[in-house]
Design a protein around this ligand. Structure first.
Ligand SMILES: C[S@@+](CC[C@H](N)C(=O)[O-])C[C@H]1O[C@@H](n2cnc3c(N)ncnc32)[C@H](O)[C@@H]1O
Length: 294
């Protein structure tokens, strides 16, 4: 199925929670971008609102690149078929897999095609509506709306957990998320997640040459916040250095097995926000952490 305009219009038949899809408190005036503290509750509230309001545009812009049942780890286009970070593709059959911050659950859909039993979790109702639009709910993918910091599953429910840019960059307390993931994994279970490569925080988020000069301290962990006129956060991203991320993984009860920094491949001429072939050939854009439950 392709992501065509009429499919997006048809999405409205699913309805949605009041005051979310297509509406925004900050829609009339541009939010102000700043760096300031943002706690767990404020970050979660901002993320839910932002992804509900922007899910349509996100899927419209990136849906073709993401495919309907491809597992892509990030804007470089590294595909799980070649990366096998979750293990050999043929071994996925019959495994219970949790996808965190799944968006429209394209990765989960690929996992289901391989014979796994995926459950896709996302904070945003609108993102999950897109999952329904693509898969119709009849594709063996469970869809659950929840915050990654409070997973509504019993201990030891899953063999694997994964996330492609989902939740982790947006939460104030990633260790809390990792502990939750650890709790719901079975012993020895793998947890693989991708995030913006931390070095990118030192550069402007621009795809062109202006994105190649250092403009901020890599060591400044102050979150990036967009806020409305009342000072309420409408978008939050949290920066952790590479060392912070490693320490968070360990504090969450995992062993780090690999850290993958995908190189920009020659075939990929697409830009995705600040990710571009120009920058991708010079500095890393994504970091993928491959962890195992201790
Ligand atoms: C950049 S999108 C990635 C979506 C999908 N993995 C993909 O590759 O298209 C980030 C997703 O994380 C979700 N998210 C953000 N904070 C979250 C949280 N605290 N818990 C669960 N999901 C969250 C957002 O709603 C959004 O769908």
């Amino acid at each position: 199925m392709s992501h065509e305009d009429d499919a997006f219009e048809a999405l409205d038949v699913f309805g949605g929670p009041e005051g979310t899809a297509g509406t925004s408190e900050g829609e009339d005036t541009e939010p102000e971008a700043t760096r300031r503290a943002a706690g767990e509750a404020e970050s979660s509230r901002a993320s839910r609102g932002w992804w509900d309001r922007n899910a349509d545009e996100y899927q419209q812009d990136h849906g073709t690149f993401l495919g309907d049942d491809r597992f892509v780890w990030g804007p470089e286009g590294l595909d799980e078929v070649e990366a096998e970070l979750l293990g050999p593709v043929e071994d996925l059959k019959g495994l219970d897999v949790l996808e965190i911050g799944a968006g429209a659950a394209q990765c989960s859909r690929w996992l289901a095609v391989q014979g796994a039993r995926p459950v896709a979790v996302d904070l945003s109702h609108r993102q999950l509506q897109h999952a329904l639009r693509i898969g119709g709910g009849a594709d063996g993918v469970g869809l659950v709306q929840a915050d990654a910091g409070v997973l509504p599953f019993r201990d030891g429910s899953f063999d694997l957990a994964c996330s492609a840019y989902g939740a982790v960059p947006f939460v104030a307390d990633p260790v809390k998320v990792f502990r939750e993931v650890r709790r719901v994994l079975r012993p020895g279970g793998r947890w693989v997640f991708s995030v913006t490569h931390p070095i990118r925080w030192a550069f402007p988020d621009e795809p062109g040459p202006e994105g190649l000069s250092v403009s901020a301290s890599y060591f400044d962990r102050t979150p990036y916040v967009e806020q409305d006129e009342q000072g309420r956060a409408v978008y939050v991203e949290h920066h952790r250095t590479l060392g912070d991320r490693v320490r968070d993984v360990v504090a969450g009860g995992f062993r780090l097995v690999d850290l993958v920094e995908p190189e920009w491949p020659a075939w990929n001429s697409s830009e995705w926000g600040g990710w571009s072939p120009l920058r991708g050939n010079l500095i890393p854009g994504s970091a993928i952490f491959v962890c195992e439950r201790d």
